[in-house]
Ligand binder design. Structure first.
Ligand SMILES: Cc1cc2nc3c(=O)[nH]c(=O)nc-3n(C[C@H](O)[C@H](O)[C@H](O)COP(=O)(O)OP(=O)(O)OC[C@H]3O[C@@H](n4cnc5c(N)ncnc54)[C@H](O)[C@@H]3O)c2cc1C
Length: 284
């Protein structure tokens, strides 16, 4: 990946800062987990909701919404986010430069991408890349509360190394919890995936098999989809053919349809247009 040189000056003091970056773990060169802790009492949220985090750079606030991956039950330790570095000079290039301890602005929560209370249907969670984050919060919270829901987690990535939360989800399966983990890699022929023995293909292409393999019938299944908008659209079509129409499906789009960073060669630098929270608000 070619990384543009981000020379913006990140302001380390602002009276609007109300949180700080307390921890970071890198999964790959462009995927990392960040923990941001609010100063004072943590704000409550529902698993599946998002918070907005930002910093001032060159005197202006650059901020973006992120699904919380951690459980609200552990908010005192900070909110965990799973983020992909997008190589354009907007927010993520700033986030990657932040040292631990740097102050940040945190607002929210927002969003309606939440579990229905007392829903005993099987939950099929479909995501690409970092879109797995809200599902991790939902699963962890169910486990902490001693009420795990029967869940099938279908997660699609390009390369096996991008399977964030893989070890955690495999551990849940090994421990006999009612969680089935179904990862798939789309670039099966790439040398980086040479050792991969699991499913291959984009996540929406494995769903027919997943429904058949795990007996996911429309009357007993609710589907949550999160991440890349193209995947969400294709997944909805597959599900409709499978007898799972819209009332069975909830979705969260991480960016507007048709705005793929790879296709956006000529993006302006700087704060740019923020991912629009209003337009992208969770769609129930
Ligand atoms: C409700 C909501 C929750 C979100 N949660 C997460 C999250 O948990 N983790 C996360 O990494 N991002 C998440 N995003 C996207 C995030 O807000 C930013 O858009 C993203 O981090 C890129 O920020 P940027 O400022 O660098 O570029 P932006 O100007 O925000 O986006 C530029 C382009 O980058 C691409 N892009 C955006 N997000 C991603 C991504 N996650 N993976 C690959 N390409 C992307 C799109 O093509 C987008 O048009 C979420 C977005 C919304 C609306």
């Amino acid at each position: 990946m070619t990384m543009p040189d981000d020379t913006r000056v990140i302001d380390s003091a602002s009276e609007l800062y109300n949180a700080e970056l307390v921890r970071r773990v890198d999964e790959t060169d462009d995927l990392a987990y960040f923990w941001v802790r609010l100063r004072g009492e943590p704000v409550p949220f529902e698993p599946g909701q998002y918070l907005t985090i930002g910093v001032f750079a060159d005197g202006r606030l650059v901020q973006r919404p992120y699904s919380v991956a951690s459980s609200p039950r552990t908010a005192a330790d900070g909110y965990e986010f799973y983020v992909r570095l997008v190589p354009i000079l907007r927010f993520t290039t700033l986030l990657w430069r932040l040292p631990i301890g740097h102050p940040m602005r945190l607002t929210g929560p927002k969003g309606r991408f939440m579990l229905e209370p007392d829903d005993d249907r099987t939950h099929l969670f479909v995501s690409t890349g970092t879109g797995i984050a809200p599902f991790i919060s939902m699963i962890r919270t169910g486990l902490i509360d001693g009420k795990p829901r029967r869940t099938v987690v279908a997660h699609g990535v390009s390369y096996a190394r991008e399977l964030g939360y893989r070890r955690e989800l495999e551990r849940y399966e090994r421990d006999g919890l009612p969680i089935t983990y179904v990862p798939t890699v789309s670039r099966a022929a790439a040398p980086e995936n040479a050792g991969w023995r699991g499913r291959t293909g984009r996540v929406e292409t494995i769903l027919d098999d997943v429904c058949a393999d795990y007996g996911l019938v429309p009357e007993r299944t609710v589907v949550y989809i999160c991440g890349n908008p193209e995947m969400i659209l294709k997944t909805e079509l597959v599900l409709r053919d499978h007898g799972l129409p819209e009332p069975h499906v909830k979705k969260e789009l991480y960016w507007p349809k048709g705005k793929d960073a790879a296709l956006m060669g000529g993006l302006p630098a700087g704060g740019g247009a923020p991912a629009r929270e209003v337009e992208l608000a969770s769609q129930g």
